[in-house]
Design a protein around this ligand. Structure first.
Ligand SMILES: Nc1ncnc2c1ncn2[C@@H]1O[C@H](COP(=O)(O)OP(=O)(O)OP(=O)(O)O)[C@@H](O)[C@H]1O
Length: 630
């Protein structure tokens, strides 16, 4: 509204300039006189050109009197200044400059001619003209004012509208700003989306590349698939053919399995029959058998006093020429004949010897206790027979028996048998037991005692019982036993000759399918030298040794004789040897004795003794053995 007012005022000067000028003229008529007087005192002002232009040539003096009212402006500006302030300003100026009642008629600037002072009528007429003129102007001013008011109202209306419009625009602007924010967010979103799009496009490009590769691969695989399909169809027809053939084969397998089962039964029955027959043969051969083996002479020559029959391998004669007191012609030949289950001459190989006892090894696997002794004087070949040397040809009964044992056990596994073997090796010296498989410190060797268990099994306390499952393991144990024996002896004291060594292999077999178990022991004994010494020749330790040896060997003979005579009491406990071998001797065992003899003439006496002892054993018939089966 204020603006509108200002605007309306500011427009006024153009139109009001006339009014101002007119008013000034009117004022001049009333008030200019004192001013004129005053003006006369002052120097002539600059020529009021504008006033002259508006008022005309007739009113120059008026212009000069008016000049002080617009003192600070030029003539042209006087009109402007007069027009600038409101009409009120002009009145004020008039009041201050024109004294009351002092008006001097003066020619007005209204263009009227200057009247004389007396021309009052003219002056009234002029005044009336002027009034009319002013009234007209007032009218037009009022009209104009009304117009202006209307215009102002319009403007105000317009302003209100514009204000509303402004509010609306502001609201719109706020909306726009909000929209802008939204758009910025959308822009961010869009940029992100564009980034994502670029990423996706890159990924897409990669995927396209991969797809191309895959497509190529797929095509090649398609080709491959086709090939495979063709192969498959071929294979399918082959499979169909094979399935038919498989069905036939299965049928055959079924019938074969039935046959196999039948054959297994037959084999088992055959095996049991074989065992029975085998045992019958062994019994027919005698449950105690004696083999004689003659050691070759060291120089390889022939022994004169030992005579072997060329046709009979069971006979042996010991011949001795007894000198006659009446000269050589009277010498007599004395011959001692012996008969054993088998006699091996000096040329008999280790294999030949073993062949004869291998059947007994088989008996051990069949569940019979087997005991094999080597008896004879020192140097007669007992150790050679039992252990032998290290080569294939010279190895003795123990390694060969073990070899056969594992071989046969393996074969029997196919028939459902499972065997476990436990080895022990003990030395009996001076009626003391010594573990030959001991590997601990020499000074910490434990004491051993023979114990009989509730089930009649005999065991030795603190003895090494080593589970073995291969021939090599047993050979290693034999080597260890040899080493243990050699450390105990000195050059002066060949202890091995005066001690018994007992190798025992406990055998446990089972056939789970047939629910059969068997248990037996294979004893292989290298006895001490059987030579008799004259009491006068043996002193101290030697005497003790001799006594122990003689005692145990003679006790062995006594036990065997008692068994043969089926005596009620068998004196097993009289010596450590018989006590240890209790399970392997007697009714439930098969016993084999090797009597080893030396071929040298000076061993004649000992040879004769050995053969006599062996003969006595050979005459024994120990009761029928029964297999330890459960
Ligand atoms: N049948 C044989 N063929 C070849 N050599 C043999 C035979 N028997 C024994 N010998 C040899 O004779 C020697 C004595 O044999 P061996 O040691 O076996 O006798 P031994 O009776 O065990 O003596 P010891 O009682 O002292 O142990 C050894 O060198 C051995 O190799």
């Amino acid at each position: 509204m204020s603006n509108a007012k200002e605007n309306s005022v500011s427009r006024l000067p153009v139109m009001s300039s006339k009014r101002v000028l007119t008013a000034s003229n009117s004022l001049e008529n009333h008030d200019c006189q004192p001013a004129q007087k005053k003006m006369r005192k002052e120097p002539e002002p600059t020529k009021p050109k504008a006033a002259a232009t508006i008022i005309g040539n007739r009113r120059p003096p008026v212009a000069t009197t008016r000049a002080p009212a617009a003192k600070s402006v030029r003539v042209a500006g006087a009109a402007t200044v007069a027009a600038g302030p409101s009409r009120g300003v002009l009145k004020q100026a008039t009041a201050s400059t024109v004294p009351k009642g002092g008006a001097v008629p003066k020619a007005g600037g209204g263009g009227g001619t200057r009247r004389h002072a007396w021309d009052l009528k003219g002056k009234v007429s002029d005044m009336e003209g002027k009034i009319a003129n002013y009234q007209g102007k007032l009218k037009s001013a009022s009209l104009e004012n009304e117009q202006l008011k209307g215009s102002m109202a319009q403007k105000q209306l317009r302003a209100a509208e514009m204000e509303q419009e402004l509010q609306r625009l502001r609201a719109q602007l706020s909306d726009y700003e909000k929209n802008q924010q939204t758009l910025l967010a959308v822009q961010d979103e869009l940029e992100k989306t564009i980034t994502d799009k670029n990423t996706i496009q890159r990924d897409l490009a990669n995927l396209k590349a991969k797809f191309t590769v895959m497509e190529t691969l797929r095509e090649s695989q398609e080709v491959e698939l086709q090939t495979l399909k063709m192969k498959l169809s071929v294979q399918e027809s082959t499979v169909a053919r094979l399935q038919t053939s498989l069905r036939d084969s299965e049928e055959q397998v079924r019938s074969l399995m039935e046959t196999v089962a039948q054959q297994k039964d037959d084999i088992h029955a055959g095996e049991m029959e074989r065992r029975q027959l085998h045992n019958t043969i062994q019994e027919l051969k005698g449950n105690i058998r004696v083999f004689c083996r003659v050691r070759p002479l060291v120089d390889g020559g022939l022994s004169e006093h030992i005579q072997l029959s060329a046709n009979d391998n069971k006979m042996l004669a010991l011949a001795k020429t007894e000198e006659s007191h009446v000269g050589r012609a009277g010498d007599t030949q004395k011959s001692y004949n012996f008969s054993f289950d088998r006699v091996f001459g000096p040329k008999a190989s280790q294999q030949e010897v073993f062949d004869e006892i291998s059947l007994l090894v088989q008996s051990a696997l069949d569940g019979y206790n087997v005991c094999c002794f080597a008896y004879g004087q020192t140097g007669s070949g007992k150790t050679f027979t039992m252990e032998g040397d290290d080569t294939e040809e010279t190895m003795g009964v123990i390694p060969r028996a073990v070899q056969q044992m594992f071989k046969t056990a393996k074969r029997l596994e196919e028939q459902g048998w499972q065997f476990t073997f436990t080895a022990s090796f003990v030395e009996i010296y001076n009626e003391n037991l010594r573990d030959l498989l001991y590997t601990g410190k020499a000074n910490k060797r434990p004491e051993h005692e023979i114990r009989k268990l509730a089930n009649n099994d005999v065991t030795v306390t603190n003895l090494t019982y080593q589970k073995v499952c291969s021939e090599d393991q047993v050979l290693n144990l034999i080597a260890l036993a040899k080493q243990n024996r050699s450390t105990a002896q000195t050059n002066l004291n060949d202890r091995s000759s005066r001690s018994h060594s007992v190798f025992q292999l406990a055998i446990e077999g089972g056939n789970a399918g047939r629910d059969i178990n068997c248990k037996s022991t294979l004893c292989l004994v290298d006895l001490a030298g059987s030579e008799r010494m004259l009491k006068s020749q043996s002193q101290g330790e030697r005497f003790k040794e001799m006594t122990a040896i003689n005692s145990s060997l003679s006790n062995l003979g006594i036990v065997i004789t008692a068994l043969a005579n089926k005596e009620n009491y068998i004196p097993y406990r009289n010596s450590k040897l018989t006590y240890l071998l209790q399970g392997c001797l007697g009714g439930n065992s098969k016993t084999l004795m090797f009597v080893n003899i030396s071929p040298e003439p000076d061993s004649f006496g000992e040879t004769l003794n050995s053969l006599r002892f062996a003969s006595k054993v050979n005459d024994c018939v120990i009761g029928t053995a029964t297999a330890n089966r459960k």
